[in-house]
Every structure is written in C-alpha cells, then in structure tokens.
Design a protein around this ligand. Sequence first.
Ligand code: SER
Length: 584
Amino acid sequence: MKAIDIRNKYLKFFEKHGHSVIPSAPVIPENDPSVLFTTAGMHPLVPYLLGEKHPAGTRLTDYQKCIRTVDIDEVGDNRHLTYFEMLGNWSLGDYFKEESITMSYEFLTKELNIPAEKLSVTCFAGDEDAPRDEVSSECWKRAGIPEERIYFFGKDDNWWIAGEEGPCGPDTEMFYDTGKPKCSEECNPSCSCGKYVEIWNNVFMEYCKTKDGKYTKLQQKNVDTGLGLERMAMLLQGKETPFEIELFEPVMQKLEEWQNQDLIQSRRIVAEHLRSSMMIINDGGRPSNVDRGYILRRLLRRMTRHLNKLEINLAKLPEMIDVSIEALQEMYPELVKNRQLIQSVIIEEKDKFMKTLEKGEKEFEKIVAKLKKENMTKIDAKTIFNLYETYGFPPEMTGELATEAGLEVDSQGFDALFREHQEKSRLGSEAKFKGGLGSTGETEIQYHTATHLLNAALKVILGEHVHQKGSNITAERMRFDFAHPAKMTEEEKQKVEDLVNEWITAGLEVTVQEMPKEEALKTGAECMFIEKYPEIVTVYSIGDVSKELCGGPHVKNTKELGYFKIKKEEASSSGVRRIKAILQ
Ligand code: SER
C-alpha cells in the first residue's frame, strides 16, 4: 500500500469514528521562536490537551509534517529520517483507553489487513507516579491480543512527554513482528535488534508534570496517538528500509544511475536531506547561520557533500529536485507550486557552499598532512575554529572529514571558543558590527531581550500563572503571547510597562550560563514546556529579575533597549492574550 493510501485510509477511518480532520501545521511552528521545528502531531495541540476548547470538537485526526534533527548524524543507516509524517488521532477529554485501543486494533487488522498474530503490544508497568496499566492490557485482550504478546515496561519505554514538563501519561505501543528470529531468549518489543518494529503509540494523557517534577492530574483525560507513516508503508510493502518506498525510490534510483562511486549511505543521506530541506523551504525556512536556518543549511550542505562523494555532477541538482517533487507531489501538492522557489534556494545555497568547501577542504588537507607528519591524531579547537571563522567551514564537517581521515577533534574546546566568539560578536554589534549573528539584526536582538523582561513583568503584575505561549519578532515590533484568562486592565498594562522600563533604566546585566538541563530546571528558570531541550542548555539571566532557558542572542545590558511601549493587548485564542509592543 502506498503512503498516500495509508494516510487517506487513516483519516477516513477516524472520520467515520466521529473525528474532524484538521490540517497539518507547518514544520516551522507558528508564533514560537523557542522551538525549532514541529516534532510531533501533539505539538500544535498542547493548549487543547490542557483544556482549551478546540473549534473542531473533541475528536480530531490529522497528518502532521514533523522534523526531528537530534538523529541527523544517524541518517544514512537503514531507518533514521529527519523528516517524517505522523498520522494522529486525538480525544480531548472524550474517549479514553477502551475506545482508543479498539479503534487502533480495528484499523491495523481490518483496514491495513495486518495479520493479528504479527502484532505485539506494550503497556506501562506502573511506579510511584502512576499505576500499572491493567486497563489497557485488558482492552488489548478483549480486542484480540493474547496475554503472551502483551508486555509491561517502565517509564523509559511506556511513558510519553514532550520535553521536561507538561501534559503526559502512560502509553501503549504497538509493534509489528518482522518475522526475523529472536536475537536472544529475552528478545522482546523493547529490543532494538529489528525483529519488532514500533508502529503506533497511543498516549493516555491524564497527567501533567510540573516544574518541580511532580505529577498532577490534568482537568481532562486525553488520548494522543502517533503512527509513523513512512515506517508503516515500508512494512506493508515488505521493504527493509524506508528508502525503498515510493517516496524515496525514484531519487535513490536516479542517484544510482548518476553515481561514479557506489555508496549506499551517501545516496540515502542525499535523498533524505533533500526531502527534509524541501519541506522546510516549502514552509518558509531559509538557510542562515542561526537556529532553524542553520539546520536547513546543515542539511543542504551535508547533502551537497555526499553528492560530491558519489561523484555526481552538481549540475544534476535541478533534475534531482524535480524527481523528488514528482515522487512527493501526490502527498504534498504544495511542492509543485513552490518548485521555482525550492530550486532557487537549494541551488543558491549549493553555490555558496561550493566556494566555502573548495577553500576549506584545501586548508583541511594541509592540516591533516601537518598532523600526520608530526604523528598527531587530534585536531585542536583553535584549528577547527580557524577553519570555521576564516573559511566558513562548518565544524560538523571538520568532524566528519576528521573521522574519515582517522583523526579526532577537540569539539568541547571548539564549543568554548565558539561561545567566546559569539560573545565578542555581540559586543561588536553594539559598535554597529553584526559579525557572527547571521540574519539576526541588532533590533531583533533588542526585542528578544525585551520579551524576557515582559514575561517577567507580567508574572510580577498578573501572577505566576503567566506563561509564554509564543512570540514573534520583526525589526519593527515584538509580539508576545501568554497564558492569562482575562483582558488586561489599563492599570495593569501601565504597571507592566513601567516595570519593564524601570528594569531597562536600571541597566541590568544580561548573563549567560551553560548547565545540565536538570540543574537549570531546578534553579526555577522559565521555559516553554514543549521544547525538547538538549542535555546541556543555555540559561539567560537579566539581573535577578529574569531567568530563562533560551538559545539567545541577547543584548549585554538592558540599557541598550530604549523605551518600552505596549501598543496593543488583545485575545489570541481562548485563555491566551497577545501583547504587541515596541522599543522607542
Ligand atoms: N506524542 C506521541 C509521539 O510522538 C504520540 O503521538 O509518539
């Protein structure tokens, strides 16, 4: 069955069961600079899982375009993807375990015709925070899964939360048995040997994890399910990897036809990164040196480098993009409309990169020769940094090339140098230089710092319940969305404005610290719960009035901000207010 047919069947099935079909959100989250990409179908639905009313009702279904880049370096193996589509259905305080499990079982066995004996499931084993999920297990038995194919695991396997806090709960996961032999006596669905492949995850969201690590009950019981489309298509088509399904296969074939070096991993990386890049560009992303722009740049540059490894003439790029669009157009007709744009963004980035690469690779070869002569095996931080600063040579590429040359790199040392450099750039930006900050201008940086102050001031004046829900910054103004149940009075607005200006005039220093995420959360640093934080986070403090997990950049001192003025306060959605403000 083709991916598009699985998607259509899914939406139709849940529609038949009373669900409204809602559109996919863009891969670039709207109004939310703190999250780089949409990583799961539940992401755009968080306010509704917390109790806000969704205009389309309490039963929803959709396909969601997702980007997850934590595994970017794994792409090239037989399963990792940076872009994937997640099919999902939700109950917002409507049905719960029984109905959810019954529908999943019916969809898998009746609509997709997966033989029941190929299915195994896992349920939450229980701990001090939540009981063993016997209810789900009983539902599975009633649906038709025998006891010996029902497994129980702890939080590591059967608990789902986006990031560190927020709505969460036990989940039940469905696995497809590929028929491969067990890798050992103990082989079970939690094993990664490849016998069992996870196909669907139903999360029973009835808890909320608070900042201090406690679990409270949500005001409503929700269901959030996610089914990975490419993986399902691969299994139903009897393929070993997603690269053999119709969404990738035409590109993979072309690459094989064009290549002068037979490198399967490189072909996969090219096909995969091309698709992700097209989806990001299609939703408004552009290559740059910061945040999501840098991820796009990284994807495109890595793709180009592997085309070079395959010894494929880069003049083939336009044709390669066309082949990929053709393979994807049934699923994403918008790619056809944006063809010109996609072509030009990718080709322009390729041209830039080729110039960089040429210079950088020559330099890199010199470095390797020198190290080998001296019998050294590690590239020091300064050299990596120099390649980056002088030649624009991406550090991760130095890392990759070094690995290929059998050398190590001092990446920790490089990170430290890089931060130092960013700090200097920031100082420089005060003197009207913008080095190192990519597309983020001076004014945007000022506004960015102002959002932190506004967030803190709202908490003081309105109360601790205020929480950032999103923000959007241009060189002309800032917009800030936050949770608050009522319209702000004139007096409240004035007080917030005054407080922010008081902090600006006080000349508070903005400082940045890196620390393990656990520690950061313990200090009470403010964060938007949905973000998937890396293990080491950066925390920005402004004097002692604000502390937030944030990627920056920010001004050095609040003195740089000028006069803060609220222009408008209005409703954004239910329970969420929006402030538009400027710096004069
Ligand atoms: N949120 C869950 C996941 O991403 C189920 O949709 O797996």
